[in-house]
Ligand binder design. Structure first.
Ligand code: ZN
Length: 356
């Protein structure tokens, strides 16, 4: 990714705190009959409130929590419980997983299935519903706040207004009444336990989220046979890393016939010293090369950038070199304004190809 988000602490993280306790202190230590008294005190009140609310017809918490408790109690050996507890910690250390830390081995639902298919099905439904349903219930929002409030706090702190994963898409901010969807960087359909971990959640532009990333796992190579996610581990840029990705963009053109520029006539070098694996994962997950090349060929992007320099040098007082210098200064100052981070390298490539 081109720049990092700054993590925002918010009361909504309380849901993860409840889950921490539920998995490690209740399920992994299941013994004897289930009682709501075993739950985190705030979660216990939430479960009771929901049970007493006739307007909620689906049992999101009480039944599933009991069912999973009984599966742990009746089907899991002590060693398996220790394993699940460790998986819980590892699946929630998002930064370590993105860094490919070999001492942190994340668990997928396939690993849970190897222990118990019933547990896999129950956990998958439960963890998904925490994000899709439970987080929106008034019994929950009245205690930890709404996700919309988290979003407002998030975009107040992260006010760039651009998507850091592509640098081009807009991110709705404090002046919008709607918000972007949160992406689960490690997909919630693959990994248990981190569906409401906000270190694994970040707003992403619609194009990145719904057209390119989809269900891809940034921390796994594609399987060489199925060509689907699930191959060996790889490093990926972390949304909330405190160290910049350091990506640089260089463009070269293999044609001077710029009016009919085609993607295959553009060489795009996206590099970050020492972060080669992360760059490859980023390009793969977000379709970066395809999208950037298409933008450079676009009538209202690359072609318009070029046209502006050409026309102003013919009709104004400045030479094309002077106009290019001005454009590069603007690109340095505001790299994410109008895709300046691409515009600068593209115009330099045009100059090298003697197009301007
Ligand atoms: Zn994007």
């Amino acid at each position: 990714m081109l720049f990092n988000y700054r993590y925002v602490n918010h009361s909504i993280e309380g849901l993860q705190v409840y889950l921490d306790h539920l998995v490690k202190e209740v399920w992994c230590k299941a013994s004897g009959p289930f009682s709501l008294d075993l739950l985190h005190p705030e979660l216990k009140v939430i479960v009771e409130d929901i049970s007493n609310d006739d307007s909620i017809t689906k049992d999101y918490l009480d039944g599933p929590i009991r069912q999973i408790y009984e599966l742990f109690r009746d089907q899991l050996t002590p060693i398996q419980r220790v394993q699940v507890s460790a998986w819980y910690d590892q699946n929630n250390d998002i930064e370590a997983l993105c860094a490919g830390d070999p001492s942190k081995q994340p668990a997928t639902y396939s690993d849970i299935r190897a222990i118990s298919a019933d547990l896999e099905a129950a956990l998958k439904n439960f963890c998904k519903s925490l994000f899709t349903d439970v987080i929106h219930l008034s019994a929950v929002t009245s205690r930890i706040g709404e996700i919309e409030a988290h979003y407002r706090a998030f975009v107040t702190e992260n006010g760039e207004g651009k998507c850091p994963y592509c640098g081009c898409g807009d991110i709705k901010g404090v002046h919008h009444s709607r918000r972007e969807a949160y992406d689960h960087f490690l997909p919630k359909g693959i990994y248990p336990f981190n569906s409401v971990n906000f270190h694994n959640l970040a707003p992403m532009c619609h194009e990145c989220n719904s057209t390119y990333k989809l269900l891809k796992d940034p921390t796994r190579h594609l399987d060489p046979i199925s060509r689907k996610t699930g191959g060996t581990r790889r490093k990926a840029f972390c949304s909330y890393a405190t160290v910049a990705s350091g990506i640089t963009v260089n463009v070269t053109l293999t044609t001077r016939d710029i009016t009919k520029l085609q993607p295959n006539e553009i060489n795009l070098q996206l590099t970050a010293r020492g972060r080669e694996e992360e760059v490859e994962a980023w390009k793969d997950v977000f379709g970066i090369e395809e999208r950037y090349k298409a933008k450079l060929c676009g009538k209202n992007d690359g072609m318009a950038w070029l046209q502006q320099i050409v026309e102003e040098s013919l009709n104004g007082d400045l030479t094309s070199d002077q106009l290019l210098a001005l454009a590069l200064r603007a690109a340095d100052r505001s790299p994410y304004d109008s895709a300046n981070f691409l515009k600068g390298p593209f115009l330099i490539a045009c100059q090298r190809a003697r197009i301007i």
